[in-house]
Design a protein around this ligand. Structure first.
Ligand code: SF4
Length: 759
């Protein structure tokens, strides 16, 4: 259970990271993100490439044991060795034996971070030097990576200059300051270490089972030197890195740089089939002696180019080379058997899910990350390789906004992995002191030990029903100082937030009281059910009325049946309460499918409910039912757009007459690619629309209400202040987005339907 003290600690830790690392992380991740939009936008068929990449990974993980056998055969045929390590201790023991206390240079590898390989090698007095600039900076600073692709993105140039000056005792003209000077300084230091190294340790982005080829995708050239300079090469990679063939590399090479750093192609894409054919590189005296030996033995033989297949007999492995491939299981083979965590193994570690995440942009991987991995997918990795306890430390930072989903080049449902792990964490929690108090009061299907704040937010439907039935007393009472203080202390509800005010007359009651549908069956262009979601039905009844009036003005026969006033399950889902959400999904299905079967369209106002129908119901209820529901549902402005496109007369609607509006679409609405409909309708009705550029406003349903995350939530929304701070009229599709904009801008945002509804 999340206790007041631990919430305060979480808030303090986040505040510290916002102050110390937030600016650098935000600048870098937002830059990567913009690059991704530009670079993937130039692809002729981005979605087809993602489909191809996904299919290759699905196939590879399905056939993994067979592919590992093929890879072993290919590696051993060249004289290399392949070892499958059960866990970190096993992998480290193998590498220690190979290294035997010698000097090691290492290229960037998250898998070796996962193993704590450097620490293991240090036990034998081996000197290990990281050769990736970011990793080297962190090695000097004794810090952990904050991003899986850009490990030192939390550090500023000035901070790195100070670090170098302090570590190497530099001052005056010797002190490097500019990015170029810092890079040159690091390059000289690292080249000296590479020259002296006995063993090169690398990771591998991909390993092909057909030939034993490994692909290294890097922004710097030192990984290549790590492979070819020392005579011994150890590659350490998770078992999931194996793909069937060299041909399969193509879509990944296209996608990995574009997705991660926004580069059309990463600076270095190196393919090696180790042991490589070139001789180990020698320097100074050793090189001269070696050259003389070679010249006297074969005077006409060309010099092999290090790292390439040039020269006489170059396709053969060079006899002086030693190669060891360590494939690491460490929980991965169990993940492969786990229906929900299996998808994690498709991850190609591009970092796009981190860059596209609003929370990550503000605090980076030192808050949104575990022992090794960071960002949205870290929950899957950490739960699989470390365990639920590690995942529990940061899993709440995934708000389920889904902005990472279209960014992921292998289409992993990252929010679902986070939801499943949250559910498992909830189920593993110890029973709490409050359980006897809430037992029987909260109509959920969750176990004892669930944090009271999760139970509160997950049961929002019950709260809303009660609040509406007792309004206005409930609104007055819930805002009393002592009540808010108690809610903060015991339930973790941020006192800074305004609570929703409930209406005594619900949308369903209002619709029934006015006499039901007003457009006759004979004249109706379409027949629709407006889904009375929890918030619209009990709190923002006005936007529901505006929807009814708008659709009727466009010739739709509208119904708002009381039977449909059931929650979608979005609220419990966001708290990881999957069984409770499943129950609500079944009720929702029972209410809405008969309407669809009767030929009625279902019009949904709240984007997060539509996203639940469209994206999550397939995991909660039979897929065929979920598909039927999703096919019959429309986001309200999407529906209006369709009506207008099909000839409905907009004359009865309110027009903008050139008025400027600032519009923020809900993050899940963007993932479903529905934002353009709202913009098109507003423009068609004469508004001058500016759309927001942020991925997420930071509120993300209940996230911004939680006292531990209030400051983070406000920081995530800060770019909206910069963009919309001077706007006279602000529109937002999501309930929580509207509340966040209200807090950030001190204005009163409206749902876009209110801008076009008949007066
Ligand atoms: S989950 Fe997808 S977006 Fe995230 S790092 Fe892995 S491949 Fe990239």
């Amino acid at each position: 259970m999340s206790k007041p003290d631990s919430r305060a600690e979480t808030a303090a830790r986040i505040r510290h990271l916002l102050d110390t690392e937030g600016d650098a992380v935000a600048e870098n991740t937002r830059g990567f993100n913009r690059g991704r939009y530009e670079s993937t936008g130039e692809l002729a068929d981005y979605e087809a490439l993602k489909d191809e990449a996904r299919a290759i990974k699905e196939d590879a993980i399905e056939r993994l044991p067979e592919l590992i056998d093929d890879l072993r055969e290919a590696v051993e045929a060249r004289g290399g060795h392949l070892y499958v390590a059960d866990d970190a201790a096993d992998a480290n023991a193998y590498v220690r034996e190979v290294v035997d206390g010698d000097n090691v240079v290492k290229s960037k590898s998250m898998t070796t971070e996962e193993l704590d390989l450097n620490e293991a090698l240090a036990a034998d007095d081996a000197r290990v030097t990281e050769t990736d600039l970011g990793e080297w900076v962190l090695q000097l600073a004794d810090e952990a990576p904050s991003h899986i692709v850009g490990p030192a993105i939390h550090k500023s140039r000035e901070g790195i200059a100070d670090l170098f000056a302090e570590t190497f005792d530099l001052d005056g003209d010797d002190r490097p300051e500019t990015a170029e000077e810092l890079t040159r300084f690091a390059r000289e230091k690292l080249l000296a270490d590479i020259r002296e190294a006995d063993v090169g340790v690398t990771g591998a982005n991909f390993l092909t089972a057909d030939s034993g080829t490994m692909a290294l995708v890097t922004s710097e050239g030192n990984a290549r030197k790590t492979v070819v300079v020392p005579d011994t090469h150890v590659a350490v990679a998770g078992v999931e890195k194996v793909i069937p063939s060299v041909e399969n590399l193509a879509p990944f090479v296209e996608l990995i740089g574009r997705s991660g750093t926004g580069q059309d192609i990463t600076s270095y894409v190196s393919l090696f089939t180790p042991p490589v054919p070139s001789p180990p590189v020698e320097f100074g005296e050793a090189r001269r002696a070696s050259a003389e030996r070679t010249a006297s033995a074969k005077p006409d033989a060309p010099m092999a180019d290090p790292g390439t297949a040039a020269g006489d007999g170059a396709t053969e492995a060079h006899p002086d080379r030693e190669f060891h491939l360590v494939l690491v299981d460490n929980g991965r083979l169990d993940m492969r058997e786990d229906d929900d965590l299996r998808e994690t193994l498709y991850c190609i570690r591009c970092g796009a899910c981190s860059n596209s995440c609003g929370n990550f942009q503000s605090v980076g991987g030192h808050a949104f990350g575990g022992e090794t991995y960071s960002g949205g997918i870290a929950t899957g990795w950490e739960a699989g390789v470390e365990g639920l306890d590690t995942a529990a430390e940061f899993n709440d930072l995934c708000t389920g906004c889904s902005r990472c989903v279209p960014a992921c080049p292998v289409q992993i449902d990252i929010p679902w992995i986070n939801t499943v792990v949250r559910d498992r964490i909830n189920r593993g929690a110890d029973p709490g002191a409050f359980d006897p108090l809430v037992e029987g009061l909260t109509p959920d299907d969750e176990p004892a030990g669930l944090a009271p704040s999760k139970r509160l937010f997950g049961n929002f439907e019950t709260l809303a029903r009660l609040g509406s039935a007792t309004a206005p007393l409930s609104n007055w009472g819930s805002n009393l100082g002592p009540v808010r203080a108690a809610m903060d202390r015991w339930l973790g509800v941020a006192p800074e937030r305004d609570l929703p005010a409930f209406e005594r007359e619900t949308l369903v009651d209002w619709f029934a009281a006015r006499g039901g549908p007003r457009v006759s069956e004979r004249l109706a262009r379409r027949e629709a059910v407006v889904y009375p979601d929890v918030y619209t039905n009990y709190a923002d009844v006005d936007r529901g009325k505006a929807v009814v009036r708008t659709l009727e003005a466009l010739g739709v026969r509208v119904h708002v049946p009381g039977s449909a006033a059931v929650a979608s399950g979005r609220a419990p889902l966001s708290q990881g309460m999957i069984e409770t959400a499943r129950g609500k999904a079944e009720r929702c299905l029972d209410a809405l499918l008969p309407e669809i079967d009767a030929g009625r369209d279902v019009v949904v106002i709240e984007p997060s409910d539509l996203a639940a129908f469209d994206r999550e119901y397939g995991k909660l209820i039979p897929e065929t039912d979920a598909d039927r529901l999703a096919d019959g549902c429309y986001e309200v402005l999407e529906y209006v757009y369709g009506l207008l496109e099909n000839g409905a007369d907009p004359g009865g609607l309110t027009g903008g007459d050139g008025d400027a509006v600032a519009y923020h679409a809900h993050c899940q609405q963007r993932t479903l690619e529905l934002e353009p409909y709202t913009v098109a309708v507003l423009e068609r009705l004469g508004y001058d629309v500016t759309t927001s550029e942020t991925e997420c406003c930071g509120m993300a349903g209940s996230f911004g209400y939680k006292s531990a995350y209030y400051e983070l939530s406000m920081d995530v929304g800060e770019p909206l202040v910069e963009q919309f701070g001077d706007a006279d009229r602000v529109l937002a599709s999501g309930t929580s987005c509207g509340e966040q904009l209200d807090a950030l801008l001190d204005s009163s945002p409206e749902h876009p339907i209110k801008a076009i509804a008949p007066l």
